[in-house]
Design a protein around this ligand. Structure first.
Ligand code: NAI
Length: 785
């Protein structure tokens, strides 16, 4: 014990541990935990321990879920679905309120349990995690209440399989379960193997309030249990965790028709400009990378500092680092708790050591770490080359990299120099600069002069390999509302779909039309790389020839699309003007297009052309009207939800309605600022190739729409696997959809395989297409305080 004099000299805090007696008593009384299935805890068979990482002490034994357990849970969820989904929203809201209140009543208990199981400081579980859990259920009770009014006609997806990580155990559970239940789905959730205990306490809350049985099921276990859940008869899989597992899940669900959302890793930039409030930014680093021991998917793990202030910033950062207290997570004055598990600690040590071996210099907080338990002193690394492992890999521990930049352009380049795109934090007192950078960083969440703020009212989720889908707010609700993914219906002309392209020499007069339609790349007509063409047959035989594109043509088209990036930065008004012009030019050629479709033998040529013209006017009208929102979050921020284009979208078009199907997909994509590489109807590509002249006369910049004709599935495969394609839409066979979804796992691009439909009907156009063509960036800007 220090003397009073010593205490006055150091002004150090004494220990202030939070009492854990109640929780320990609860754990002892429960003994070994089974799964929570159909409203009751099962008798555990095979079990594994869950330990306190701060001491290594075993807290409880929990059941290792088998395929049979998962199947039983899914069956219970399926049985509960009709009753739960048919409840009026108001009734479901009452259940969600009841959950929120019970969480609130047990805030202290749940905080202590979370801290014991995960190792995070009690200050964080008590002030951040658990209050946000309650907030999430309250917020979503509201969505249930207003569901019919806010999402007219929407139906729940069905049974949702949800897999969560260990870094925010109960909060991630809330992020998954609250929107699912509000929308009328039932769930089977698997918590992470390191941290299952608060999920089991949550199951008790469900039982206590009398939530209808089967609506929430919790199955504990490791990755094998998770894989079993992915493979089970669920309608949707929602996953948060590592990019590696996300990729495996993308492959496993390919072609199954299961809806999928993935919230994966990040390597988020934390950008400090010379004019920033430096003390504020230093405090920001504390919250960005030392919060939750750095085990945060959106952690500001790459600090980028403008050169002129780098030295001052590093000095202040070191001084702040020296004041952080690492130790007993239950101590109320602990800043840095324990790493979740010895496996994770070893992983952090390994990556940091490799980084040092590659030349990086580690600056770590000094002072004693507890002698036992999973502790790692917080710090940051300098002298890091871009290719150093610590620059690229998610350390998922309390260690950031720190590098410098000179100009705002360089900052953007460095910020975006990652496969990920989850979050970014920008520090500057100059609002013009901060918002300019916010627009340019590729990230789903951007905080201006702040970091790691979360709220149920705002969407959260990533760009690029950080996954797809959003959680929170209106955006998150949509992910649980579109109904089960309809299975693809065969196209009405399956024989033509499967007809192998017939290689032929350029027409020598044997074809009725003495012309081969070329490809359209970068605004110019191009001969296919291989020099081949294929016969296009209409009602009465061959009506023309089309270029037979190959992989190289696709790659050239993607490159051209990339170069046309200015289209994404053009205003909605500018894009609208071009699309109006395009619509007018199409209208001027109505008779010509009708003749073309007639010769192709499509069922209603005149109607199809007329509908195509209206579609062009519709998306011209939408180009400057489909906009975002300002979310009402609970801190002093305006949270701007901005729909942004993906970049390059690959589109494989349906064989039915060769003109209307093509335009129904391509127009919404470009109206929102994307550039497109489209594969027109394989059986009848000439309706699309006739559009070249329309595009040329409409001021559509070269490269915005690129067209490669040929064997649809073969070309779609190259597009789906291409790393510079950010999203892929595929309209065709079930096998083709499976192939596209599996190929997309490489860069985890978003895929959409809309089932074949009546393109002239109401399902052929609308806001849904525009939602598919955009991803939301949530930008948090300080406001009003
Ligand atoms: P993980 O991705 O393996 O675990 C997350 C969840 O997925 C757990 O519930 C786990 O049981 C489950 N899971 C594992 N394999 C699965 C499979 N094949 N199919 C279905 N579910 C499966 O993450 P892990 O191994 O715990 O951590 C490794 C690294 O992943 C961390 O160091 C960190 O870099 C990253 N990570 C990122 C998270 C994020 O929020 N973005 C969260 C957790 C980890």
């Amino acid at each position: 014990m220090p003397t009073v004099t010593e205490i006055l000299e150091t002004m150090d805090y004494g220990p202030a541990p939070e009492a854990s007696g109640e929780v320990m008593g609860w754990l002892k009384a429960r003994g070994t935990f089974g799964h929570y299935i159909d409203g009751a805890f099962t008798k555990p068979a095979k079990t594994f321990p869950s330990a306190d990482p701060a001491t290594g002490a075993e807290l409880a034994k929990v059941a290792q879920g088998s395929e049979k357990d998962v199947a039983a849970a899914v069956k219970a969820a399926r049985a509960a679905l009709p009753g739960w989904s048919k409840l009026p929203g108001h009734e479901r809201a009452k259940w969600l309120y009841a959950i929120a209140r019970h969480v609130q009543k047990r805030e202290r208990f749940l905080s202590v349990l979370e801290t014991l199981d995960n190792g995070k400081p009690i200050r964080e579980s008590r002030d951040i995690d658990i209050p946000l859990v309650a907030r999430h259920f309250y917020h979503h009770a509201g969505w249930a209440e207003m569901l019919e009014e806010e999402f007219p006609g929407a139906v729940p997806v069905g049974v949702c399989g949800q897999i969560i990580p260990w870094n925010f155990p109960l909060l991630m559970l809330a992020w998954k379960i609250a929107p699912a239940l509000a929308a009328g789905n039932t769930v089977v959730l698997k918590p992470a193997e390191y941290t299952p205990l608060t999920a089991l306490a949550f199951a008790e809350i469900c039982a206590e309030i009398g939530l209808p049985k089967g609506v929430v099921n919790i199955v504990t276990g490791d990755g094998e249990t998770g894989a079993a859940l992915v493979g089970a008869e669920v309608d949707k899989v929602a996953f948060t965790g590592s990019t590696e597992v996300g990729r495996a899940i993308r492959k496993a669900t390919a072609g199954t028709g299961k809806k999928l959302t993935l919230e994966l890793g990040g390597k988020s930039p934390f950008v400090v400009f010379a004019d920033a409030d430096l003390d504020g930014a230093v405090e920001g680093v504390v919250d960005a990378i030392w919060f939750n021991q750095g085990q945060v998917c959106c952690a500001g793990s790459r600090i980028l500092v403008q050169e002129g202030i780098a030295e001052t910033f590093v000095t202040r950062l070191r001084a702040r680092l020296a004041k952080l207290r690492t130790g007993d997570p239950l101590d109320k004055s602990t800043d840095i708790g324990a790493i979740v598990d010895p496996v994770q600690l070893a992983r952090i040590r390994d990556i940091v050591a490799k980084g040092e071996a590659e030349g990086a210099v580690l600056h770590q907080a000094e002072g004693q770490l507890p002698a036992t338990g999973c502790f790692f002193a917080p710090g940051f690394m300098t002298n890091v080359a871009p290719a150093n492992i610590v620059s690229e890999v998610e350390i998922f521990g309390p260690v950031a990299t720190l590098t410098t930049f000179r100009t705002p352009d360089e900052a953007v380049e460095l910020a975006n120099n990652t496969r990920y795109g989850l979050a970014a934090s920008i520090w500057s007192e100059n609002i013009n600069l901060a918002l300019d950078i916010a627009a340019k960083v590729k990230a789903g969440v951007v905080w201006v002069n702040a970091t790691n703020i979360f709220d149920a009212g705002a969407g959260f989720g990533g760009y690029r390999e950080s996954g797809f889908g959003r959680e929170g707010g209106r955006e998150g609700m949509r992910e649980y509302l579109s109904g089960p993914v309809p299975r693809a219906k065969p196209e009405t002309a399956p024989a033509r779909l499967d007809a192998a392209p017939v290689p032929g020499a350029p027409s020598t007069g044997t074809a009725p039309i003495d012309r081969t339609a070329k490809l359209y790349i970068g605004g110019a007509q191009k001969r296919p790389d291989g020099g081949y063409s294929y016969a296009v047959t209409g009602k009465s035989g061959q009506i023309g020839l089309a270029g037979l594109g190959n992989r190289k043509d696709i790659r050239n088209a993607v490159e051209a699309a990339h170069k046309a990036g200015g289209w994404g930065r053009a205003t909605g008004h500018n894009r609208a003007q071009v699309l109006y012009y395009l619509a007018e030019n199409l209208a001027a050629r109505e008779a010509e297009f009708t003749r073309r479709l007639k010769s192709a033998g499509t069922p209603k040529p005149a109607e199809e052309v007329a509908a195509s013209i209206r579609r062009a006017f519709y998306y011209a009208a939408q180009a400057d009207k489909f906009d975002g929102a300002v979310h009402a979050t609970k801190s002093a921020h305006v949270t701007l939800a901005m729909p942004e284009p993906f970049g390059v979208i690959g589109i494989a078009c349906p064989n039915d309605a060769p003109l209307l199907g093509f335009l129904s997909l391509v127009l919404p994509a470009i109206a929102m600022g994307n550039r497109v590489v489209a594969i027109p109807a394989q059986a009848m590509p000439l309706a699309a190739t006739d559009l070249y002249q329309v595009f040329d006369t409409s001021d559509l910049p070269g490269g915005v729409v690129n067209i490669v004709t040929g064997a649809r599935d073969e070309l779609a495969k190259t597009l789906a696997g291409h790393d510079d394609v950010a999203a892929m839409w595929y309209c065709g066979s079930e096998d083709g959809a499976r192939m596209v979804e599996a190929e997309s796992a490489g860069n985890l691009k978003l895929t959409w395989c809309p089932p074949n439909r009546d393109w002239s009907g109401p399902g052929g156009q609308g806001r849904d297409f525009l939602l598919r063509a955009t991803q939301v960036k949530n930008i948090w800007v300080p406001y009003g305080e």
